[in-house]
Design a protein. Structure first.
Length: 576
């Protein structure tokens, strides 16, 4: 075995010192801009000594970790580099080369050390709660953007694929990138795999009403008898309605029809320029209330059951408050899916909704500028940036792959634009001022809004990993409405937690007595149930059918005849 000479030892020591200096310089390169931004001196012009000391300690620890990583890398350059960075099971680093090859191991661990340091600096920065949350969010965005997995030169899986394909993967990636650049968004699902009306949004039905804002779809009955009271569904107006009518096996619409409900669906229009001045009240009058009226007239019923999803639920609750102010009880039960009525904690989306943003854009919006669907989609995607952005940057552009066919992600890319005045009202009155929860603080359609006057039974579903409507925020609905309420917590997120059919069996949900004011206390005592929440909801809704009648043989009636087959015209309009 060779032994070290004094000269070789000195050379090694000198080399190690050189690399240590390089590590310190690299640390300063990354550290100083971050420190400049995060220290209070950059915020309010005065850095407390204790804060100065905390930043100095964090920075020393950061430099020490990098130095340890450099030394470990030098000592084991031909072998696996020991783990120095914080442990992680991040799937971005699943390829074995991230640990077995010194170069990639160093990149991964250096990024993890840097990420740990930035997060610690953020936590040590004294700011008001809203500003601290915003800083934490954008720091995470910065860290995710610079991850070595996002670049061809520093991602081993990308390099292996490029070599194996003789560069064809990079060419295909460039073609994918150019295509996405033209359409202005990242493709998440095979764009040729789905066609509305052919293999998505296929539940049979008819368009029975159309105005400038909505089409109302009535679905064909599949049972000999149906409930006397129809079901009216108000989907989100930010995306297309068919999130609730994907395929045959994961369509909530089909599930409701098969349970014996005459089901009506609102299909919101992708707002064209000429409708850019529509307001919140227009969405209530021409949208929600119009759909309820159509269902009553066709169903011959004095009342209906109603369901709202996300902002569709917020619109539905607003419309019900208007009806309650008029002592109009035409809605017998209400289902709210992943809906926020109390906006005290809007989740990460709140980082984008600021008084400064509204002040900058309000004048243009009020003059009819639309909030583009592509902008909304990008904002929502950034809330799960690794899953919905960087994942596809790597696969589509760096690896040159064609995205798999996935109906949820196909829908996610099919967004709609909103009229400026309606959007401004939603941001200001709900997100920024949180006035919907206050009794009589808002007036809609000439009526004071008081959610506590909504006394029909309510089924409130939240989803545990929801990044758009945090489940604890949805729980606050229980303190706002005035009727008997059932609260259910589904597994998964905002979309997958709602679109959770019984077959194949997966996921679970929690249910229990909706008592007390603390969401976590409720969850602690709730009962966990395996499988989908859909059958649980169906059993609840069956109470409000108001008896049964013979199923209608065709959609519409003499006054409201079918205008054409579902899925209708508006679902495919591009809004231009």
């Amino acid at each position: 075995m060779p032994t070290s000479t004094p000269a070789s030892t000195a050379a090694t020591t000198s080399l190690a010192a050189h690399w240590q200096d390089a590590a310190n310089g690299w640390a300063r390169f990354w550290t100083q801009p971050v420190v400049d931004v995060l220290t209070p001196a950059a915020v309010n012009g005065a850095t407390p000594p204790a804060q100065d000391d905390a930043v100095a300690r964090l920075t020393r620890h950061y430099v020490d970790q990098l130095g340890a990583l450099w030394r470990a890398t030098l000592a084991h350059a031909a072998d696996r580099v020991p783990e120095v960075a914080p442990a992680t099971d991040d799937r971005r680093f699943a390829a074995p080369e991230w640990r077995s090859v010194a170069y990639f191991s160093w990149l991964r661990q250096a990024w993890l050390i840097h990420a740990d340091y930035v997060r610690a600096l953020v936590q040590a920065t004294p700011l008001p709660a809203a500003d601290a949350r915003r800083l934490e969010f954008f720091a995470a965005q910065y860290l995710d953007a610079i991850a070595p997995s996002n670049f061809a030169a520093t991602n081993p899986a990308v390099q292996k694929r490029a070599i194996a394909s003789a560069g064809a993967s990079l060419l295909h990636g460039a073609i994918n990138f150019a295509s996405d650049l033209r359409q202005g968004r990242v493709t998440m699902s095979d764009p040729d795999a789905f066609e509305i009306g052919r293999n998505i949004a296929t539940t049979p039905g008819s368009v029975v009403f159309r105005n400038d804002l909505i089409e109302v779809l009535q679905y064909d009955a599949t049972t000999p008898t149906v409930g006397k009271r129809p079901l009216v569904i108000i989907p989100p107006c930010i995306n297309k309605y068919y999130i609730l009518d994907l395929g045959e096996r994961n369509s909530l619409v089909r599930h409701a029809v098969n349970a014996g409900h005459t089901t009506f669906m609102v299909s919101w229009r992708n707002i064209p320029a000429r409708l850019g001045t529509l307001a919140w009240d227009d969405y209530l009058q021409q949208g929600v209330l119009q759909a309820i009226d159509v269902a009553q007239r066709i169903g011959g019923s004095r009342s209906v059951n109603a369901l709202g999803f996300c902002v569709g639920g917020t619109l539905l609750a607003s419309a019900l408050a208007v009806l309650a102010a008029r002592d109009d009880r035409r809605v017998a039960s209400v289902t709210l899916l992943a809906t926020m009525l109390d906006f005290a904690d809007p989740g990460d989306i709140g980082v984008y909704v600021t008084p400064e943003f509204l002040a900058m854009h309000e004048a243009a919006f009020m003059c009819g500028q639309r909030m583009r669907g592509s902008q909304l989609a990008a904002a929502f995607s950034s809330l799960r940036v690794n899953d919905l952005v960087w994942n596809y940057v790597v696969k589509n552009y760096l690896e040159g792959r064609t995205p798999a066919a996935f109906d949820l992600l196909y829908w996610n890319g099919d967004s709609t634009s909103l009229p400026g005045p309606m959007y401004v009202y939603y941001l200001r009155e709900m997100y920024l001022q949180n006035r919907l929860r206050e009794r009589n603080a808002l007036t809609m359609l000439g009526e004071p809004v008081d959610l506590s006057r909504i006394r029909c039974p309510a089924y409130v579903l939240a989803t545990r990993d929801d990044h758009i409507v945090p489940w604890r925020s949805a729980w606050r609905t229980m303190a706002l409405l005035g009727g008997d309420m059932t609260f259910v917590l589904g597994a998964s997120g905002h979309i997958a937690g709602v679109v959770n059919p019984p077959l194949p069996p997966r996921r679970n949900f929690w249910t229990g007595a909706a008592t007390g004011s603390d969401a976590d206390a409720w969850l602690e005592h709730a009962r966990k149930v395996d499988g989908s929440w859909w059958p649980h909801w169906s059993a609840w809704l069956a109470q409000f059918k108001a008896g049964t009648r013979k199923a209608p043989r065709q959609a519409g009636n003499a006054a409201l005849p079918p205008l054409g087959p579902a899925p209708g015209r508006y679902v495919s309009e591009d809004g231009e």
